[in-house]
Design a protein around this ligand. Structure first.
Ligand SMILES: O=C(O)CCC(=O)C(=O)O
Ligand SMILES: [Fe+2]
Length: 319
């Protein structure tokens, strides 16, 4: 009896999610308000932003840098913050113990190759240089124009990767995958140090986003992402994003990607995550008690207004 009920629940959940993933529902109904706002207040774009938008539209990825985007001030303050965090005793202890765990083959959890550099809980402080970067004009101009709506700012991460011992297998996001958060989304990756081949550069399969020629490979199953085999990824369209400190990568990570498999060098990276309003995934931050949005730009207000109580979707499996 129990298993029959479980099956019915799973079937209904699957039916619900596959219905809401249909373009007519996802785009025309669930994203209607965000889309209308974008159409009513189209952003004024610089030539650089226009180029980036056209690039991400055609390839699913576009690369720029801090000075081209005019974000030097935010970057400098963020780098100072990261520098302070990096020498913090607590971060050092965590980094050293993960390093030792990796070296001794004791990596027990999938994300242990990443060290969180954020201090405490993720509290949405609009005056923090990281958040100022995420919600700045150039970033929102590109993200919103690619999504063709007013996007929601869902999450951020400030992390350093721990180099892997030679011959270690790939874990979690080090393997090819599509992210689960939405059918179309943008992650903005900002390199805080120089990232070479040995620092686990972000890697993408160009044109694996919506409308791209590789969209059919390992499709997402909303609200789940998907994982792919290395051997099935067409080599000719793989883009390996090595880059200097200050590199900014706009990427639709509903397309196939991987990264963070550092062999020798650390990689310091700040990630901003934007989805459409239709995403069923919860936000990962909390609002400060004295959060005021009176004087902020409407599209920023919209971006940071999220349902703080949204729960993780249950990933129902049949059979
Ligand atoms: O660490 C990386 O380069 C990839 C991270 C990733 O897969 C993600 O943020 O979705
Ligand atoms: Fe990912």
């Amino acid at each position: 009896m129990k298993s029959v009920i479980k099956k019915i629940i799973s079937r209904s959940a699957l039916a619900y999610h596959s219905l809401r993933a249909k373009k007519i529902i996802w785009w025309s109904v669930l994203n209607r308000r965000g889309r209308n706002r974008f159409n009513k207040y189209p952003p004024t774009l610089t030539e650089i932003e226009k180029k980036l938008i056209s690039e991400i539209n055609s390839r699913g990825i576009a690369v720029s840098n801090i000075s081209a985007l005019g974000l030097e001030k935010e970057f400098k303050t963020l780098q100072d913050f990261v520098q302070k965090r990096w020498v913090d005793a607590d971060v050092k202890v965590r980094y050293d113990s993960r390093h030792a765990a990796l070296r001794d083959g004791r990596l027990v959890s999938k994300d242990l190759f990443l060290i969180n550099l954020w201090e405490g809980k993720c509290v949405l402080d609009l005056t923090h240089p990281a958040i100022e970067f995420s919600l700045s004009h150039p970033i929102l101009n590109v993200v919103n124009s690619y999504l063709h709506l007013w996007a929601k700012f869902r999450d951020w991460r400030l992390q350093v990767t721990v180099p892997m011992p030679a011959g270690e297998r790939e874990y979690a996001s080090q393997r090819w995958h599509r992210d689960p958060e939405d059918q179309k989304l943008v992650k903005v990756f900002l390199y805080l140090n120089d990232v070479d081949e040995d620092a686990g550069p972000f890697t993408y399969l160009a044109e694996s986003h919506e409308g791209g020629k590789w969209r059919h490979l390992f499709p997402q199953k909303p609200p789940s992402g998907s994982a792919g085999n290395d051997s099935d990824i067409p080599k000719e369209d793989i883009v390996v994003l090595t880059g200097k400190a200050g590199t900014v990568i706009f990427c639709d990570t509903s397309g196939l990607h991987r990264g963070g498999y550092a062999r020798k060098n650390n990689r310091f990276m700040y990630t901003s995550i934007f989805t459409t309003p239709a995403s069923v995934w919860p936000i990962n931050f909390v609002y400060p008690q004295t959060f005021r949005t009176n004087n902020i730009e409407p599209r920023i207000h919209w971006a940071v207004s999220n349902n703080a109580k949204q729960k993780k979707p249950k990933l129902h499996k049949l059979g």
